[in-house]
Design a protein around this ligand. Structure first.
Ligand code: FHN
Length: 447
């Protein structure tokens, strides 16, 4: 009888965990939370994401008219009524979504993440939740996200929407955060309305554009301790499209319902910029590093810090070697075109990937520890050692290597490379002909 009793209790406990509910007492109130269990489609999407490795980030808004980056409203303290004039000048007649998508595809990118609404609060899509949007306030009158979504779906490129949590324009973004304090004309609205507004917009984004691969939140850091109702926002997304990956650029450890973790202008754990997540905050979710192709996110006329092919390839390779994707940003101009320099460098990276993609796509961080001279990726029984420095020492010594090596070749070459494996190290001699100025990729096959 006793055993049947404990069996029943056991079944009851099991049933409760299947119901995926937790009951907790907080401030004397009983709170019932649903625990997020990712759907099968979501888990498959995470795996796709980890394999995809390379995406295009697009920061585009009415601020591009001022050609001074996406923060111009706050940096120059442009008052609300002055900024309101900008949309009436925004007419990107040369925008061609298919051209953008094909440019990304030729660069070897697998997905695009575009700003649907940035901190200036202007919606670059047709929204019923606000008339401060591209269709109602610009002479262009068309929904650029719709065209982009159609082109992405046509060419098999996944589409993510960046969505700003912070808003310098909307009165309901109140109490305000630490930025945008000098912008005159901001009203004092109601936070609950703001949450409802975001839910309404997210519902639109997840309903009107077919399959959405992910939502990329940004701006929590503006009001670090506010109640953002992320449980509700995330539930809205996952209920509408369970496969949709949620990431939040809060620069903190991942929160319960998130599906990937991003690192801004930093490799995971490096924290050199002051806002990347700390080492201890790195979780097990798929990772993404985002970087600018020059020095700015939004279009900036005076920014000439265009990264070279070598720098871009190294960024991609290092990201992959740290188990992460690279989301590389361009800031289109107000006419709808992407700067020629950026189109050219993306094509160069695409060319590099044509020859070396095997060492990037579908790989994970490699077992050979990264340093300034080399990094590694790996897939099944193959390790790809990416060597950046040339000329090499007579013998390259890779310390503390684990595994038995069967063969070694430069990727794409038929010639075997001379190596010796000692108890701990590998000694490699790379012939001049197999060396490459940008990245010598050695394909090391294990026994
Ligand atoms: O403030 C934004 C910035 O404009 C840009 O969108 C980047 C992209 O990662 N994120 C924010 C800063 O953390």
């Amino acid at each position: 009888m006793k055993r049947i009793g404990s069996l029943l209790i056991c079944m009851l406990v099991m049933q409760q965990s299947i119901a995926q509910e937790t009951i907790e007492v907080r401030n004397d109130t009983i709170v019932q939370d649903s625990i997020y269990i990712p759907s099968e489609s979501n888990l498959a999407a995470r795996q796709w994401f980890e394999d995809a490795k390379f995406g295009l980030f697009i920061h585009w808004g009415v601020y591009s008219i001022l050609a001074d980056g996406e923060w111009v409203m706050q940096r120059k303290n442009i008052a609300i009524d002055a900024y309101n004039k900008l949309p009436s000048f925004f007419n990107p007649t040369q925008y061609n979504a298919e051209e953008w998508v094909l440019m990304a595809k030729n660069a070897g990118m697998q997905y695009i993440t575009i700003t649907s609404r940035h901190h200036d609060g202007f919606s670059m899509f047709d929204s019923k939740a606000t008339d401060y949007n591209i269709v109602q306030k610009t002479p262009y009158k068309k929904d650029i996200l719709k065209d982009l979504a159609d082109a992405c779906h046509k060419h098999d490129i996944k589409l993510f929407f960046y969505y700003s949590l912070l808003d310098w324009h909307r009165d309901d973004y109140f109490p305000r955060g630490k930025t945008g304090k000098g912008i005159a004309g901001r009203g004092q609205g109601n936070w609950s309305n703001y949450i409802a507004f975001m839910k309404a917009q997210l519902t639109e984004l997840l309903t009107n554009y077919g399959e959405v691969a992910g939502i990329w939140f940004d701006g929590k850091w503006d009001r670090k301790t506010a109640n953002w109702h992320f449980d509700e926002l995330y539930k809205t997304i996952h209920d509408l499209q369970p496969q949709c990956l949620i990431g939040n650029n809060h620069h903190e450890a991942v929160m319960p319902d998130e599906d990937f973790q991003m690192f801004e202008k930093d490799l995971p754990g490096k924290s050199t910029q002051g806002f990347a997540s700390k080492k201890e905050d790195i979780g097990d979710l798929p990772k993404e590093v985002c970087e600018t192709i020059n020095g700015s996110w939004g279009f900036k006329l005076k920014d000439n810090k265009h990264k070279s092919k070598k720098q871009l390839v190294h960024l991609l390779v290092k990201s992959a070697a740290h188990g992460s994707n690279l989301l590389l940003n361009v800031g289109p101009m107000p006419n709808g075109k992407i700067q020629a320099e950026h189109i050219a460098s993306l094509a160069e990276v695409g060319e590099w990937l044509q020859a070396n993609g095997k060492s990037i796509y579908g790989t994970r961080a490699g077992r050979i520890a990264p340093n300034k001279d080399w990094v590694s990726t790996e897939k099944e029984n193959t390790i790809y050692l990416h060597i950046f420095t040339k000329p090499y020492e007579e013998m390259l010594i890779i310390p503390s290597f684990e595994g038995r090596i069967k063969s070694m070749k430069a990727l794409g070459s038929e010639n075997e490379i001379d190596f010796q494996q000692t108890k701990k190290n590998i000694l490699i001699k790379i012939p001049e002909a197999e060396q490459n100025d940008i990245d010598t990729v050695l394909e090391i096959t294990l026994l």
